[in-house]
Ligand binder design. Structure first.
Ligand code: ZN
Length: 727
């Protein structure tokens, strides 16, 4: 039975890795404790796949932080500032690159294609001395083998690695990343030889860059790289795995003629055109890894439909059945771990869902069916669930559909332009120049978590719970007043998670207990499950979701609130990878956002916040959002954001590019933040600039937040006085 899994979530069904990592970082447990917890997770994942009869089981998809950072470690591509002196890279250097340390900031982190996963961006320049510095791929292969599981070791492919990198500081303009190919390939050769020596018969190279719009130089790099690796790879079966979108037709031609490659993995969920390309011609005697089980959603696969696709492909790959391998569309890293831990979802919704563990079973069921051993009962349960999800009265809401239909066709936006609104708001708010604010959340303390837990477990009354929350809000407000911050937030103590809290107030959403998906490092998010039309049955704290938010925004305004923040933290995340599909998405997303605040007065100031993104290519859409003030991640992407303003883009609304990185425990100095503000003032008018951290403070501790905000306010005051005396 030919079945394969591209990759698997690392965090564990109950986020075991997160807790092991954070305990280690806090100095509460040893490196050995962390390694032991990680080994247990790996072992249970391998055994689970072996029990599900998966033929090609991946290894080296586990990571203590990120697979791209693991590759950086493998290649010894440590930026010089981390003071690494060669040898095997240990936790200290590895986690310093990921998270920074007391004296050196972390490396840049950015979104992994169009997912919510974030990878650590390699910084490469002429001064990097590459060497084989982490044997993790080989160690993991051997570890699985010792447990009786023969795995397919997975490496980030050499060309994708370079294309995901950025040139080091100082060589941005002059340096060609692809020129490093001949420096990193010898290390890949060492790794491959060692894997062969350890008994590996297959190897998987993840080359997701192949789905992007690539020019001929980049395409040639793939041809060159695999030609160079060919002799080392001989004797191994080599799988090139792609995912997240269609393969462009030109790329498909080049890809399927790469030397030394025996198998190709395609995302056939998002890659409907790829399916046509395969049907129009696939090289004889090669393996086709058909990604028909969606690695990015939480829905049960439509098995009948997938089986039909597979049977069509069977005719193409030929009579050698085993050369058609049933697979996932991408790594299961991007979905939740195991439905078995969901105790609060009702049976109907549960029957519609499949998390990573269930997707493994689906892959095997499809492979068995393809081989003529169809599990009729499993397929028939699945067909029933598919039918019930389509017809259930819970998924449609007539009132919402009517309201959404009524919105079509008009361009909703506030009637006054942003500069007039800002004037009206300033008259009312009377803010100083360079107003300071924070993004919204303050640290979630142990005490706060305890109160919420006890309330959920009905150990304390609602009254006591509300009292505790109100006390926390008062503390947070007092702190901000002490720090002399200008626009205050309430700190969001009532929210376990930014999204979950709002979703709980809406119908058409369902919530999991353990449906966590890794976002970066030890951080996970628990996205709500949207299964139907969304409406708002009762006022919360006082398109479809946009309409519900619009009602809420107007209620908040009625309650006397002058500044309302509507987060679009993930707007860029949904951007399609291929350029041809981007304009339609952006138009839709921006329009949806504007609907949420089209009904407020000019004097009500609408803020929005956006997290990690490359904003430069969508700056026009950000302007079109027509928000009064935007706070935006900036410090950890090397202030790339500022470069668009340097290049002359005019931004007339208020803007707060973050002055410090909240994703690192490091506390930046007053001088450092003052310098950042000055850099911003060089490209942005002083009357539109806001001063704030990069993101919410929820994940930090008070002993980090207090001094950092104190320095931030101090830096702002310093600049204000400089501006005043310069007049
Ligand atoms: Zn953010």
């Amino acid at each position: 039975m030919a079945s394969h899994i591209v990759g698997y979530p690392r965090m564990g069904p109950k986020r075991e890795l997160k807790f092991a990592l954070e305990s280690f970082w806090d100095g509460k447990s040893s490196a050995e404790d962390l390694q032991k917890a990680a080994a247990e997770l790996r072992s249970s994942i391998w055994k689970q796949m072996a029990d599900a009869d998966i033929k090609y089981i991946p290894s080296n998809t586990f990571s203590y932080y990120d697979q791209v950072l693991d590759t950086t470690a493998m290649l010894g591509a440590v930026p010089p500032r981390y003071g690494w002196n060669g040898g095997e890279i240990g936790f200290d250097v590895y986690f310093s690159m990921a998270r920074g340390n007391a004296s050196v900031p972390a490396m840049e982190m950015t979104k992994w294609f169009d997912t919510n996963y974030h990878y650590i961006v390699p910084e490469l320049g002429p001064e990097v001395k590459f060497s084989y510095a982490s044997h993790k791929a080989v160690t993991e292969y051997k570890e699985a083998k010792a447990l009786g599981v023969d795995t397919v070791p997975v490496l980030v492919g050499p060309v994708s690695y370079l294309l995901l990198s950025k040139p080091a500081k100082g060589v941005e303009k002059s340096f060609s990343l692809l020129s490093l190919l001949n420096k990193i390939l010898p290390i890949y050769q060492e790794v491959i030889s060692e894997l062969k020596g350890a008994g590996a018969t297959w190897i998987q190279f993840d080359e997701p860059q192949l789905v992007m719009d690539l020019d001929s130089t980049k395409l040639k790099a793939f041809t060159d790289a695999y030609a160079e690796l060919e002799s080392t790879l001989s004797g191994l079966n080599v799988l090139i795995e792609t995912y997240f979108a269609d393969i462009p037709a030109e790329t498909y031609k080049i890809l399927t003629s790469l030397k030394g490659v025996t198998a190709y993995g395609f995302d056939l969920v998002r890659g409907t055109n790829t399916l046509d390309l395969v049907k129009s011609g696939f090289p004889k005697d090669k393996y086709l890894f058909a990604g028909v089980v969606d690695g990015r959603n939480i829905w049960a696969n439509d098995l009948a439909s997938s089986l039909k696709t597979l049977q069509e492909l069977e005719g193409i790959v030929g009579r050698e059945r085993y050369k058609l391998v049933v697979s996932t569309s991408c790594s299961l890293l991007h979905t939740a771990v195991d439905l078995i831990n969901e105790t609060k979802l009702d049976d109907e919704i549960k029957s519609w869902l499949a998390f990573a563990a269930q997707k493994v079973v689906e892959v095997n069921a499809l492979a068995k069916a393809l081989a003529g051993h169809k599990d009729e009962a499993f397929f028939s349960d699945n067909a029933m669930a598919q039918a019930s999800r389509k017809s259930s009265p819970r998924v449609t809401n007539e009132a919402v559909q009517k309201a959404a239909a009524a919105l079509k066709g008009s361009d909703h936006r506030r009637s006054t332009n942003v500069s007039a609104r800002l004037d009206a708001q300033q008259k009312k708010l009377n803010l100083p120049i360079l107003p300071t604010t924070t993004i919204g959340s303050f640290p979630q303390t142990v005490e706060l978590r305890r109160v919420r837990r006890e309330y959920k477990a009905k150990k304390i009354s609602e009254e006591d719970y509300i009292k505790a929350i109100k006390e926390e809000i008062k503390k947070v407000v007092d702190l901000q007043e002490d720090l002399d911050i200008d626009v205050l937030v309430h700190g969001e103590p009532e929210r376990n998670d930014m999204v979950e809290y709002f979703g709980e107030q809406l119908s058409g959403f369902a919530f999991t207990v353990n449906g966590w998906v890794q976002s970066y490092g030890s951080r996970c998010v628990k996205p709500p499950v949207i299964y139907g039309d969304v409406s708002r049955p009762k006022p919360m704290t006082v398109l479809r979701i946009a309409l519900a938010i619009k009602d809420e925004v107007e209620d908040l305004e009625k309650a006397g609130i002058n500044v309302i923040q509507i987060d679009e933290a993930a707007l860029r995340e949904g951007l399609p990878l291929r350029k041809s599909e981007q304009a339609f998405y952006l138009d839709w997303a921006v329009h949806s956002f504007r609907i949420t605040n089209v009904g407020v007065q000019d004097t009500t100031q609408i803020h929005t916040h956006m997290c990690y993104s490359n904003f430069n290519d969508i700056i026009q859409s950000i302007i079109d959002m027509d928000t009064d003030v935007i706070t935006i991640e900036n410090s950890r992407s090397d202030e790339k954001l500022l470069s668009v303003f340097r290049e002359g883009v005019k931004y007339g609304a208020g803007i707060g590019p973050g002055v410090y990185d909240i994703h690192s425990p490091r506390i930046p100095s007053t001088e450092e933040m003052a310098e950042r503000i000055n850099k911003m003032l060089a490209v942005l008018e002083k009357n539109i600039l806001w001063v704030n951290p990069d993101c919410g403070l929820k994940t930090r501790k008070y002993n980090e937040v207090k001094p950092a905000l104190k320095n931030m306010v101090e830096a702002t005051k310093l600049i204000r006085s400089q501006l005043a005396s310069a007049k």
